[in-house]
Design a protein around this ligand. Structure first.
Ligand code: SAH
Length: 350
């Protein structure tokens, strides 16, 4: 069976050509799919014969809501979606003055192993398809009856560990006949998969690259982020400088403040030293307490921010949304897994 929503326009056109249909079918079907049609029978401008053929050979992805939590504090909505194969992923809808942002997942689980992160505890199950990433934007928008203006790839999973599907998703969500979300309204966050950063640099997209830094020295970073043992922080900054040189786009460095681990002044000094030469921005994140993790939130956020600023680095402290609804990535899926008595039921077929 064919996942029609994962196809771009050229692929759709080639497929309809194969079926002996005119090229404009690609535009029609693309438009239906990207408006959230869940059945070929609803596609009223297609012939009955074509609808029958599509029903026989293709499917339309449409996640169902397994859980939904709405924050009483700020209206943040967290969705736990159930996919076709029974796997579950999370999406968060955040409402800001400048518009609605959705934070989407790129994989079912994650294999990066960051010590402070809930998403990676049970490992990676599989990559998400382009359609499954698109659906998170599409069905969140439909469920909330709200337009989505910004997307952040900061949910469960490592986007650069699912490079081709993520790239296809970006193409789809950016398309004028689809959701038409501009690249400048999209952020992609990586823990530092360097070959992916190089590939992205070559494409010169206008999206914002976020790098989850969390420590500027290899010793600390390797301790909390296993990816650093493969691609260490010096190579990472080298890749970031090259990315900036190729794209001209400022990189945003994510930095979750962990008590006694990465909140020392000398680490702020080292961040400044490593960023020097490009317009980096550091986003300090109050650590979310993950029950399974030994790390505690730092009490030195303001001091650390000052120290960075004394070096001329812009540093902001992330406002935390949805504090009452497990809104940080991986936590809701994890809770659902535990309540169902283990990973199998909710993770589906593996
Ligand atoms: N794999 C990608 C994107 C997903 S994680 C990446 O690593 O960037 C989204 C962000 O949340 C990352 O910066 C991640 O390091 C951070 N994060 C994970 N667990 C956290 C926690 N307990 N508290 C604060 N931030 C956390």
């Amino acid at each position: 069976m064919i996942d029609l929503k994962s196809m771009n326009r050229e692929e759709l056109a080639a497929y309809f050509l194969e079926l002996g249909e005119p090229a404009f079918r690609a535009k029609q079907v693309f438009s239906w799919l990207h408006r959230g049609a869940t059945s070929f029978d609803d596609m009223s401008n297609l012939s009955k014969d074509l609808r029958r053929k599509l029903n026989e050979n293709c499917y339309i992805t449409a996640p169902t809501i397994a859980r939904k939590q709405v924050s009483a504090l700020d209206g943040t909505v967290k969705y736990l979606w159930q996919l076709r194969d029974g796997n579950c992923i999370e999406t968060v809808l955040m409402r800001y003055h400048h518009g609605n942002t959705v934070c989407i997942s790129s994989q079912v689980g994650c294999r990066m192993g960051c010590a402070f992160c809930a998403s990676t505890i049970a490992g990676k199950v599989r990559d998400l398809t382009p359609s499954e990433m698109l659906d998170q934007v599409l069905f969140t928008s439909l469920d909330a009856s709200e337009q989505i203006s910004n997307i952040v790839l900061m949910g469960i999973g490592e986007p650069l560990d699912n490079f081709d599907n993520v790239l296809k998703f970006l193409e789809l969500v950016n398309h004028p006949d689809g959701l038409n979300i501009g690249m400048r309204h999209i952020s992609l966050s990586t823990c530092g998969v360097i070959p992916g950063i190089h590939r992205l640099a070559e494409l010169r997209l206008q999206l914002t690259l976020s790098v989850s830094l969390h420590a500027p020295d290899s010793e600390t970073r390797s301790r909390i982020m296993p990816v650093n043992r493969a691609y260490d922080v010096e190579q990472l900054f080298d890749a970031c400088h090259r990315y900036f040189a190729a794209t001209g786009r400022r990189i945003s460095f994510e930095y979750a403040m962990i008590d006694g681990v990465n909140d020392h002044d000398w680490q702020a000094d080292l961040i400044a030293k490593r960023i020097r030469g490009m317009p980096g921005h550091v986003n300090l994140i109050p650590l979310n307490d993950v029950v399974e993790s030994p790390f505690k939130p730092s009490k030195r956020i303001a001091a650390f921010q000052k120290r960075l600023e004394s070096h001329g680095i812009t540093a902001t402290v992330r406002r935390s949304l949805g504090g009452d609804i497990d809104a940080s990535c991986g936590q809701l899926r994890r809770k659902a897994m535990e309540e169902k008595g283990g990973a199998h039921e909710i993770l589906g077929n593996h």
